[in-house]
Design a protein around this ligand. Structure first.
Ligand code: PHE
Length: 351
C-alpha cells in the first residue's frame, strides 16, 4: 500500500444537494492549490474519492512542471449512477462545492473540469472568490479548453520533432480518442495543419465532426491500437492499461486526458516497447497555465499564449533528459516535480 500524502481531504454531504462533495488538497508547497471541479457519475462515492486523490496529485505535478507557483487539488461531486441532476439540484451541488472551498480559506481554488463549464464557475463564484474561468463578462478568463488544446498541440510538436526531426504535423498520422471539449478543438487544429487523422468517441454523434474536418472515423477501441505516429488520449482517464500495451502500434502517446495510466507500471511497459509517453499532466497543462497567467498574474492574452506554447520546450527538455539519463519522460517529469517541491520546502524552512 502506498502512503497517504495529501495535505487535506474534505468529504462532505452537500447540505442542499445531498450529494457527496469531495475536495482533495494534495499540496500547497508551491502556493495555493488549484484544480478543476468534476461533476461525474460514479458507481460508488469511493470511486469519486479515488479519482479526486489521483487527480489532485496530478495537478501538483502539472503546476510544478509548468513552472507555476501553485499546488494541486481537485473537486469531485460524485453523482450516483442513474441519477440525472436537474438544473436546480445542479445549482445546489455547485453551491455545496462553493461552501467547502470557502471553508478552506484560500488554500484551494477551483476551475472547470469534466462535467462543468464557465457558467458553473460563475455559480460557484456567487459564494466564494476562489474560482477560475468564470465567463469574461463576470471577470473570468472563460473556457479553458481551447488553451488546453493549444498546449497539447505544442506537446505534439515536440514529439514530432523527436520522431521526425521537425515540429510540423503536416501528413503525420495521429489517432485522437475522445472528442469532448478539448478533443474537438485539438482535432480542428490538427486538421488545419494537414495531419492525417483517425478519430473516435463513445458518442456516435461525434462522427459529424470527423466528416466535417476530413478525418477517418473509428470505434474508440480500434483507434487506440491503430498504426499511427502518435496516439492522443483526449477522453476520460484509464486508456492505457497493462493489457493494451502489447497491442499498441504507435510510436508515441501524448494527449490531454488526465490519469491516462491505469497503474504507474504502464509507463515502464511503454518504455520497454520503445513507445514514448508524454505524461498527461505535462501535455494537458495549457488550460491551467492560461487561467492562472491571466487571472492570478494579470498577464495579457499574448503572454498567456506564449506560456502555453512553452509546453513545446518543456516536453522537448523532458524527452532529451530522459534520453540522456536512460529514464522515461515520466520519471524525468516526476524528478522535476520532486526538486521543485523540495526547493519550496527548503526556502519555507529558511524563512
Ligand atoms: N480542469 C483543468 C485541468 O485539469 C483546467 C483548470 C483547472 C483550469 C483549474 C483552471 C483552473 O487542468
Amino acid at each position: 500500500m502506498s502512503g497517504f500524502d495529501h495535505e487535506q481531504v474534505v468529504v462532505h454531504t452537500g447540505s442542499r444537494s445531498g450529494l457527496p462533495v469531495i475536495v482533495a488538497v494534495h499540496s500547497t508547497a508551491l502556493g495555493q492549490a488549484v484544480g478543476g471541479c468534476r461533476i461525474w457519475h460514479y458507481p460508488d462515492w469511493r470511486d469519486g474519492l479515488t479519482d479526486a486523490l489521483r487527480l489532485s496529485a496530478g495537478m501538483t505535478a502539472k503546476c510544478a512542471v509548468a513552472g507555476l507557483d501553485n499546488g494541486g487539488g481537485k473537486t469531485v461531486v460524485a453523482v450516483p449512477e442513474g441519477v440525472d441532476l436537474d438544473p436546480v439540484r445542479r445549482r445546489h451541488a455547485l453551491h455545496d462545492v462553493a461552501d467547502v472551498i470557502a471553508s478552506l480559506d484560500g488554500r484551494y481554488a477551483t476551475g472547470p473540469d469534466v462535467g462543468t463549464s464557465p457558467a458553473d464557475m460563475a455559480v460557484i463564484g456567487e459564494r466564494t472568490p476562489h474560482v477560475f474561468c468564470r465567463p469574461a463578462r463576470q471577470a473570468g478568463s472563460g473556457d479553458s479548453s481551447p488553451h488546453t488544446a493549444t498546449g497539447t498541440l505544442a506537446a505534439l510538436r515536440a514529439v514530432g520533432r523527436r520522431l521526425h526531426g521537425t515540429p510540423s504535423l503536416t501528413r503525420r498520422r495521429l489517432a485522437v480518442v475522445g472528442l469532448g471539449n478539448v478533443g474537438e478543438k485539438l482535432v480542428r487544429l490538427l486538421a488545419a495543419e494537414g495531419a492525417e487523422l483517425l478519430v473516435g468517441d463513445i458518442d456516435p454523434g461525434k462522427r459529424a465532426l470527423a466528416d466535417e474536418v476530413g478525418a477517418t472515423w473509428g470505434d474508440p477501441a480500434r483507434v487506440v491500437t491503430a498504426d499511427v505516429d502518435i496516439l492522443v488520449p483526449a477522453a476520460l482517464g484509464g486508456v492505457l492499461t497493462e493489457e493494451i500495451v502489447p497491442d499498441l502500434r504507435c510510436a508515441a502517446v501524448a494527449g490531454p486526458a488526465n490519469n491516462q495510466l491505469t497503474v504507474q507500471a504502464v509507463a515502464g511497459l511503454l518504455h520497454r516497447r520503445g513507445i514514448i509517453w508524454v505524461p498527461d499532466y505535462v501535455a494537458g497543462a495549457g488550460g491551467v497555465i492560461h487561467a492562472l497567467t491571466v487571472e492570478l498574474n494579470g498577464g495579457t492574452a499574448d503572454e498567456a499564449l506564449t506560456r502555453v506554447q512553452g509546453i513545446e520546450d518543456t516536453v522537448g527538455t523532458l524527452l532529451a533528459t530522459a534520453e540522456r539519463t536512460g529514464t522515461t519522460p515520466a520519471q524525468a517529469a516526476s524528478e522535476l516535480t520532486r526538486l521543485r517541491l523540495r526547493a519550496a520546502a527548503a526556502s519555507h524552512r529558511s524563512r
